[in-house]
Ligand binder design. Structure first.
Ligand SMILES: [Mg+2]
Ligand SMILES: [Zn+2]
Length: 515
């Protein structure tokens, strides 16, 4: 059985969607939870006139107060859990601008029927009808990108228990952008699979004005958060297209340089920069005009927006960086808490904790686990608690070892100590001032987020004061296992100290004595 959750801002497409649901060939959803995300609704939500009677008794309207689609969907699925009885096994998310095919409900039941327990989600297929007889405009091509997008929440069903475990959508993503990839990455990171279903929804291209492509650049502000939460390779792991950010940055930099140089009377520099800007902007406009219909209106739109779009993209991206720290401090997804008192995950420092510290080691042959490491990590694994590594690898940022050598060493560690649910590495040099290098909390927060657990339920085991500080800054518990190289004041300051890895693990599990 499944519930449908539809976040909406009251668009006129909502009644069309509800009529299409009411007219399904097959069994209707247990409940249809429409979440009104208008900040200050001055009118009742328009649900449509006639045609939706079959939904009578199943349809509920909730409110989420304008906090964005992530927050609205959370209100919806949590209500499904709370509302009477056991809650539906599956939550099917639909956006308010799709139209399910008449066989959608039948196909969804078939998609979900008999899925293996490790399957946490099932994607629907999205088709975007494009006008026949002419080429698609830039906006139409943009919407058509949904057809190939991975994990688009326009039609995605998740197992309710999986949503509970990872805490649902991360409400720090305020708009319909990246919030779906973020959730999917956490679901996959928590060990679940997301499969492709056979059901289909149509996603019409709604009319938009000339400036829609510029407004969409606001999404750039969410990319620094994605990077902080999922690491520098988040685009590849989430299947996001590469985007044109390097070009937008270069275009904007040329423009800024041209203006600054002209103001300072440096005409040659200014002229050169202006030429660079003109070439980049012209090339950008050409790339957007070439595949399109080339009507006068479309060409004017492309020329005008191509001037504004690179600086807008750059501005929003910089804004994303400027607000990153405060966004990371805001509460993330809140998983339904574990009942049995065991930690939700245990993180291990690498050098000096799991393996003997060989500074800037790039050689797998020099990996030597500390004694009892395999048994200690296995002890945690066997309880079903995820284990991960959080490690500063500034040798990369200092140019002392290539990332590939670090990866080779980590592969060797996995060969000796068994698989880890995640490797969270900070490659930066200290002077880069990143948010992930311990004692900063970034790595711990990222690891908790990716494993779908709350940092306050995690324990970090490490060998120096920076490990302890990073854990505490992230709200996690820390246990120090000093080596002869650990400074005595760091040992004195640590609230919890264990003589070796085995007793640190017992202590983390709440089974051994604390100091
Ligand atoms: Mg260490
Ligand atoms: Zn870092």
């Amino acid at each position: 059985m499944y519930d449908v959750v539809i976040p909406t801002v009251g668009r006129s497409s909502l009644p069309t969607l509800l009529s299409a649901l009411a007219a399904q060939d097959g069994p209707l959803p247990r409940r249809v939870l429409v979440v009104d995300d208008r900040a200050r609704p001055d009118t009742a939500l328009a649900l449509g006139v006639g045609g939706t009677e079959p939904l009578c008794g199943r349809l509920r309207v909730l409110r989420s107060g304008g906090k964005g689609p992530a927050a609205a969907r959370n209100v919806g699925w949590r209500a499904s859990s709370a509302a009477g009885g056991a809650g539906a096994e599956w939550i099917a998310f639909l956006d308010d601008d799709v139209v399910p095919f008449p066989s959608w409900a039948v196909d969804l039941s078939r998609d979900l029927d008999g899925l293996a327990p490790e399957v946490g989600g099932s994607c629907g297929r999205i088709v975007v009808p494009l006008p026949a007889g002419r080429r698609a405009t830039d906006w139409e091509r943009n919407v058509a990108g949904l057809e190939t997008a991975r994990w688009a929440t326009a039609d995605l069903a998740y197992r309710r228990t999986v949503l509970e475990r990872v805490g649902g959508f991360d409400e720090r993503f305020p708009r319909a952008y990246r919030e779906d990839a973020d959730l999917a990455l956490r679901v996959v990171g928590a060990g679940h699979v997301i499969v492709q279903g056979a059901r289909v929804v149509e996603h019409p291209v709604r009319p938009a004005d000339r400036w829609v492509s510029v407004r969409l650049q606001r999404g750039n502000a969410d990319d620094p958060l994605m990077r902080a939460l999922h690491g520098p390779r988040w685009r590849a792991t989430s299947g996001a297209p590469p985007g044109r950010r390097p070009w937008h940055l270069a275009t904007t930099a040329s423009l800024v340089l041209a203006v600054v140089a002209a103001t300072a009377g440096r005409r040659r520099v200014g002229g050169g920069a202006a030429l660079g800007w003109a070439v980049l902007t012209g090339d950008f406009a050409r790339r957007r005009i070439a595949p399109g219909p080339r009507t006068r209106d479309e060409v004017v739109t492309m020329l005008a927006t191509s001037l504004v779009l690179p600086p807008a993209a750059t501005w929003h991206w910089l804004r994303g960086w400027a607000t990153l720290r405060s966004r990371l401090r805001a509460p993330g997804p809140q998983p339904i808490r574990q009942q049995n008192g065991l930690p939700a995950a245990i993180f291990f420092d690498r050098d000096g904790t799991l393996v003997h510290d060989v500074p800037y080691n790039g050689d797998p042959a020099r990996v030597a686990p500390v004694s009892g490491a395999r048994e200690a990590v296995d002890r945690v694994r066997n309880l079903g608690i995820p284990v991960a590594v959080v490690s500063n690898q500034s040798g990369v940022g200092r140019g002392l070892i290539p990332q590939a050598h670090v990866d080779a060493v980590n592969a060797r560690i996995e060969a000796l100590l068994g698989p880890f649910a995640g490797w969270f590495l900070c490659p930066h040099a200290p002077e880069e001032g990143c948010a992930c290098r311990k004692p900063q909390p970034g790595l711990v927060l990222r690891a908790a987020h990716r494993l779908g657990v709350d940092p306050s339920e995690c324990v970090l085991i490490g060998d120096i004061g920076a490990d302890v500080q990073a854990a505490h800054a992230a709200g996690a518990r820390a246990i120090l296992v000093p080596t002869p190289l650990t400074r005595t004041e760091e040992v004195a300051l640590a609230p919890e100290v264990a003589p070796d890895l085995a007793s640190a693990v017992e202590s983390a599990l709440g089974l051994g004595g604390r100091r």
